[in-house]
Structures are given as structure tokens and as C-alpha cells.
Design a protein. Structure first.
Length: 249
């Protein structure tokens, strides 16, 4: 009888080492505006109309005397400029803070009064802002439309050293605003959406680069409809943030 050969020895390969997937740490968002200070001035205030004795008080803006503040304008159906600027300003503040900027607003609610234009300038100066912007909506005749930037002139005053920087801020914001919102340049004031003035206390008294923006005409039906849209106000804030960021970086 033939012997049955022994069963072949089964070769067992050593198990491969376990592969541990490498999970990189989540990258922290780049805070491009860290260390920068921005002051946002939401034009007017929701309670101004209740206190004419305060807002009509005359203050010295160096080139003339003007009212402490005004009530601002509104759309034809009553959406106020003060409410519009307050909403846009807070949206803008959130975006800039997410980029690392320190942001200060010149008022803390839309139910108060003022502050006077002189105080609004002083807030930016005290903060030593790298950029300051005053946000408005215009109240021009209904057929007029478009946005414009207001920049300071030299007046032999505190604003003179920052007139050049303010112009650059204005150009950067104009370009970003136009591209981001699709709104046209103003048809009724300025040239290429740029206007230079020496009668605004918020500019004349500023020692930091500062501009005003009239985001459009609240009396124009098309622009009023846009301004009443929360989604469009967000577009405005994003465009303003891009312009300010371009200037600061």
C-alpha cells in the first residue's frame, strides 16, 4: 500500500500593516484683516424724527455750521434710510469681523437719536481706524438713479492729510460696489460715481481715511425695491466688504 503523502504545509503571509488615514488638521481661515480697524457709520437714526430739538442743533463742521443730524429719507412706501443703513451696516460688520477686522459702529441701535455728525467723525478718529465708511441712501427725484461715493476735499483742516488715502478707499469701494451689486453709476451727481465735498462734518473732521456712499436713490422705484430685499442688502454688504478689504490689503 502506497503511503499517503503528508498534507502540504499552508504558507501564511504576514498581515499587512494597518493603514491609518492621515487626516490633516482643519486649516484655520485666513484672517486677512487681522489687526485692521474699520469704523462703520450707519447714516441717521430711527429716533431722530422724535427729537428735532436735538438733531436741528447747529454744529461747526469747519467750513460752515450745519444741523447735528437729519432724519434721512425713505422709500415712497415708508422704508426709512435709517433702517436701511442700520441693516446694511450690521451685515457689513459681520463680514469684516469674520475676516479678522476690529469693527466699530457709530450707533448701537436704530431707535435712538444721533449722534451728531461731529461725534460720528470723532468715533473714527478715537478708534484710529484704518478705514471708515458712512452708509446712506439718497432721496433724489424719482427718475434719478445709481450710486455714488462722496470723498473729502482739502480744507486746511484735520482731513487734509488723509484726502489721498480717502480717494483710494473711494475708488476701491466704487469698483467693488459696481461689480458686486450691478447698480449703475449715479445719473444725477458726480462723475463716474465720484463726488468731492467740503461741507460734510463727517469728512471734514476725520483724521482717518473716510468716505460716504449713497447706495442708490430710495425714491427711485427700481432701486427702492432692491433695497427692501434682504438678499440684495446682503449683496450690498458683501460688495462693500470686498472694496474695503481691497483697500486694506
Amino acid at each position: 500500500m502506497t503511503a499517503t503523502p503528508a498534507a502540504a504545509t499552508q504558507k501564511t503571509k504576514a498581515p499587512l500593516p494597518a493603514i491609518t488615514p492621515h487626516t490633516p488638521a482643519l486649516a484655520k481661515p485666513k484672517l486677512a484683516l487681522k489687526g485692521k480697524v474699520v469704523v462703520i457709520d450707519p447714516g441717521h437714526n430711527g429716533g431722530n424724527f422724535r427729537h428735532p430739538e436735538i438733531i436741528n442743533k447747529q454744529v461747526d463742521v469747519l467750513t460752515q455750521w450745519k444741523a447735528c443730524d437729519t432724519t434721512g429719507t425713505a422709500t415712497n412706501d415708508g422704508y426709512s434710510e435709517a433702517a436701511f443703513t442700520w441693516d446694511v451696516s450690521n451685515r457689513l460688520a459681520r463680514i469684516l469681523r469674520s475676516k479678522g477686522a476690529t469693527v466699530k459702529l457709530t450707533r448701537t441701535s436704530n431707535t435712538g437719536v444721533g449722534p451728531c455728525v461731529t461725534q460720528r467723525a470723532a468715533i473714527g478718529n478715537k478708534a484710529k481706524a484704518n478705514a471708515a465708511i458712512s452708509i446712506h441712501g439718497d432721496g433724489a427725484p424719482a427718475k434719478a438713479h445709481g450710486f455714488h461715493i462722496i470723498m473729502p476735499k482739502k480744507i486746511k483742516g484735520p482731513v487734509d492729510p488723509v484726502v489721498g488715502a480717502s480717494k483710494q478707499l473711494g475708488l476701491d469701494v466704487r469698483n467693488a460696489f459696481h461689480a458686486g451689486t450691478g447698480l449703475p453709476y449715479s445719473t444725477y451727481i458726480g462723475k463716474n460715481a465720484l463726488d468731492y465735498r467740503s461741507d460734510l462734518g463727517g469728512l471734514n473732521l476725520s483724521t482717518v481715511p473716510k468716505i460716504f456712499i449713497e447706495c442708490g436713490n430710495m425714491r427711485n422705484a427700481s432701486e427702492a425695491a432692491k433695497f427692501k430685499s434682504a438678499a440684495f442688502r446682503q449683496r450690498i454688504a458683501e460688495a462693500l466688504a470686498k472694496g474695503i478689504s481691497t483697500y486694506l490689503t
